[in-house]
Write a protein that binds this ligand. Sequence first.
Ligand SMILES: Nc1ncnc2c1ncn2[C@@H]1O[C@H](COP(=O)(O)OP(=O)(O)O)[C@@H](O)[C@H]1O
Ligand SMILES: [Mg+2]
Length: 285
Amino acid sequence: MATLDSAVAGAPDIPQVSLRNVHLSFGSNEVLKGIDLDVGRGRAVSIIGPSGSGKSTILRCLTGLLTPQGGAITVSGTRVDLLRAEPERIELRKRVGFVFQQYNLFPHLTVLQNLVVAPLRVLGRDRAGAESDARRLLQRVRLEDKIHAYPGELSGGQQQRVAIARALAMHPELILFDEVTSALDPETVGEVLTVIRELVDEGMTCVLVTHEMQFAEEISDEVYFTEAGRIVEHGPARQLFRSPASDRTRAFLARALNNPGKGEASAPLHPYDRQQALRLKLFAV
Ligand SMILES: Nc1ncnc2c1ncn2[C@@H]1O[C@H](COP(=O)(O)OP(=O)(O)O)[C@@H](O)[C@H]1O
Ligand SMILES: [Mg+2]
């Protein structure tokens, strides 16, 4: 489909996402202390690390929701850190899918309506095209039988799969996943991970913040371990998980692997995130 075609098109050796020496503070709280990170086209990169280490902040920077005080951020050739006008940021958010821990579907709209609202309003698609796209995406996340259901009638895992389909409906060039399984009942985590795994296999560029260590090892080309606003180390998934260079990575992994599926308790959604999620719902996902 077009989404994946556009994800794999272009030069594979130029990173689709790159951060260089990115610094970001909230007041006196320095949250990102010089982040360098690259994601190649069609690659899957995971960011792991303790709660509060800056993982979500990195993702928010990629969509222009936060502007760093220093450094450079490039997404598909756009210098995101230099965008100042809101219309430019909205253009960027059309190209970057973002799936959150809280799926934030519109409760008063059916699954189908949730999937077509942004393509109709933001991309100006025609209804017939947007609806046939939505049906195809629902097949892909195995929810075609829920097309006329309301979010409240679905399990958490099903709602999260709708949220992924909604992100795909915008034909993004890459998708960011921020702890999308952390709030789910354990029995529905697998179905969501399966959908993400398929996207990765099909060549969608994905950046994932996750506590699912086994999953991260299995699907990621590259893994970054963050702590206190720094990248402690990064490398091919197998290397980072099996023979980490840093004692800090080793200690984190030991803790995480002793609490499979949980890792560090994830922080509740920041009010700022709620506000941004509501905006994104209309303008980017
Ligand atoms: N909008 C905000 N305003 C002030 N502080 C924030 C904001 N967002 C995040 N922070 C702070 O930045 C730090 C990193 O947060 P975050 O990126 O959410 O970490 P992680 O995703 O790794 O758990 C935390 O100390 C958090 O409290
Ligand atoms: Mg976070």
